[in-house]
Design a protein around this ligand. Sequence first.
Ligand SMILES: NC(=O)c1ccc[n+]([C@@H]2O[C@H](COP(=O)([O-])OP(=O)(O)OC[C@H]3O[C@@H](n4cnc5c(N)ncnc54)[C@H](OP(=O)(O)O)[C@@H]3O)[C@@H](O)[C@H]2O)c1
Length: 248
Amino acid sequence: MSIRGKVALVTGASSGIGAATARKLATEGVIVGLAARRKDRLEALMTEITDAGGKAVALPTDVTDPASCKAAADTLIAQFGRIDVLVNNAGLMPLSSIDSLKVDEWKRMVDVNVSGVFNATAAVLPQMIAQHSGHIFNMSSIAGRKVFTGLAVYCATKAAVTAFSDGLRMEIGPKHNIRVTCIQPGAVKSELYEQIKDAAYRKQMDDLAASMTFLEGEDIADSILFALKSPARMDVAELFVLPTEQGW
Ligand SMILES: NC(=O)c1ccc[n+]([C@@H]2O[C@H](COP(=O)([O-])OP(=O)(O)OC[C@H]3O[C@@H](n4cnc5c(N)ncnc54)[C@H](OP(=O)(O)O)[C@@H]3O)[C@@H](O)[C@H]2O)c1
């Protein structure tokens, strides 16, 4: 299916998987709304995409704020008249043990990883419903399928994203012709591990990165393109994408 001229909103577009997805979508002729908090990063990516002949708009956004998500969606709709794709990708993973009681980090993960997905979805849904078309990608994780120590709260947030994706697909697929894809990556090279403050867990992740070849952000972007370009009759509901060397 051709995706040229479609309009996409990508959250967490300032780095990692989100930035790679924005680049790939733009290469395919998709107009991309770049949403995240770091304005300088978004503007640099917008310039890069524009210089390469694509179309992108920097939309500084905090996904924990419903009004900020709505403002980003409204800007895209005002400029381009529609929203065809939402990539709910913004996320945090500051590992720690439960008994270290980093309740601020737990709250932040719930706010960004879970409420952020709800907020951005609510911001685009009225437009997609009016269009009777759309495709929403939710970034879960292997951590939404199994639990790892040090990652209990993160796993809980990603399990929530997986559950929400399934319910969303069942409700808005048949009724509004909107497809939903839940992406569940294994280890991907990105800035995600840089937020880990606990020295032992940070070392554990650094050791892991040294022991195997992680996926690149563009591998996940390619998975998103596969689902997006599938025939309209087909909804790739889940994509579980792992490094070949990941034996767990
Ligand atoms: N890397 C992996 O191994 C892996 C595996 C499975 C799933 N994932 C998931 O993939 C997604 C992307 O992660 P990544 O690996 O690409 O990490 P990353 O490079 O750290 O990207 C995270 C993105 O989320 C954005 N973000 C954080 N808080 C935000 C907020 N309040 N509002 C808007 N944007 C916010 C960040 O932008 P700003 O700081 O500029 O706001 C950044 O662009 C996450 O949901 C992560 O859980 C990653």
